[in-house]
Design a protein around this ligand. Structure first.
Ligand SMILES: Cc1cc2nc3c(=O)[nH]c(=O)nc-3n(C[C@H](O)[C@H](O)[C@H](O)COP(=O)(O)O)c2cc1C
Length: 300
């Protein structure tokens, strides 16, 4: 059975990619395994200017997961175009460049430059970022904004656009429909769920930022529910993610309607997780008796 999947801009040998923010730009992981074995790679968020991120502590463990408030730390568009993406281009894997911003203009600048560079095959737009003009409410929490931003970015992008949906909304379906109405070529879901932890000794939040994004095993059922609901409402490819750490989890995402998947938090305990899962996946799918190849054609 072939595990290959073809999504807009992303011709993948297998349906697995590292999720944005959990794999940097691949350099450290290239010491552990051959990146050519990945289906694709989603980069760390790319912003116009360099960002040093939030104050520490900015991660904390949780039951079956973690909270992070990294704050989109990255070296900025210019360095990424000069060094980070050329490094990844040595490999025979599609690059999904993850983009973040504080204003619509920020997003537009980064999307235009990346798509004209020839150094990425598709763009994933992180809309969980606070919108400076709208008083800090995330772009991804307002369906009208999602549609408007998607339409604007589609006009400047030469490569397919995947809108990465935030789960911190009342209706993920309304957000997915808005992205598709704006012209999204695909959707990624889910980003992290907003959470907090408190120090029992000081009685104050553990994260310097106060709140952080919950990821890992704890969010898997939420992510599956959202992928399922979105799959039944729109007909564009879906990259599913949230809590995956084994091939049986990937099978569930495919059954819920994802066309490909991303693995994030699990990298922090098993750097080779994507390849390990890819090696087991055929047996897991075959053993389940489920006809994956039918799903493969959905939305492509
Ligand atoms: C430390 C960390 C950093 C992240 N950074 C980004 C980011 O820069 N852009 C983005 O779109 N998502 C980011 N995410 C979200 C992940 O890509 C993914 O959507 C989420 O963690 C759910 O998958 P998981 O449970 O497998 O980690 C980050 C997640 C973690 C844990």
């Amino acid at each position: 059975m072939s595990l290959a999947v073809n999504l807009p801009g992303l011709n993948m040998k297998n349906p697995l990619m590292p999720a944005s923010g959990c794999f940097g730009f691949g350099e450290d992981y290239a010491k552990w395994f051959d990146l050519n074995e990945l289906g694709a790679i989603a980069t760390k968020a790319i912003t116009v200017e360099k960002r040093t991120g939030n104050a520490t502590p900015r991660t904390v463990e949780t039951p079956h997961g973690m909270l992070n408030a990294i704050g989109l730390q990255n070296p900025g568009l210019a360095v990424i175009l000069q060094k980070k993406l050329p490094f990844l281009r040595q490999y025979d894997i599609p690059i999904l460049a993850n983009v973040a911003g504080s204003t619509e203009e920020d997003y537009e600048t980064v999307v235009k430059a990346l798509s004209e560079s020839g150094l990425c095959d598709a763009i994933e737009v992180n809309i969980s970022c606070p919108n400076v003009k709208e008083g800090g409410i995330a772009f991804g929490q307002d369906a009208n904004k999602i549609e408007e931003l998607t339409r604007r970015l589609k006009q400047v992008s030469r490569v397919p656009l995947y809108m990465k949906l935030s789960p911190n909304v009342t209706s993920i379906v309304d957000c997915a429909k808005a992205a598709v109405a704006g012209g999204a070529d695909g959707l990624s879901l889910i980003n992290t769920l907003v959470g907090m932890r408190f120090s029992p000794t000081t009685g104050t939040p553990i994260l310097a930022n106060g709140v952080g994004g919950l990821s890992g095993g704890a969010i898997l059922p939420v992510a599956l529910r959202m992928v399922y609901e979105v799959r039944n409402s729109v007909n564009v490819p879906i990259i599913g993610m949230g809590g995956i750490d084994k091939s049986a989890d990937v099978l569930e995402f495919l059954q819920a309607g994802a066309d490909a998947v991303a693995v994030g938090t699990a990298h922090f305990k098993q750097p080779t997780i994507c390849v390990d899962i890819a090696n087991e996946l055929e047996e897991t799918i075959t053993g389940s008796g489920w006809a994956w190849n039918k799903r493969q054609e959905v939305g492509v």
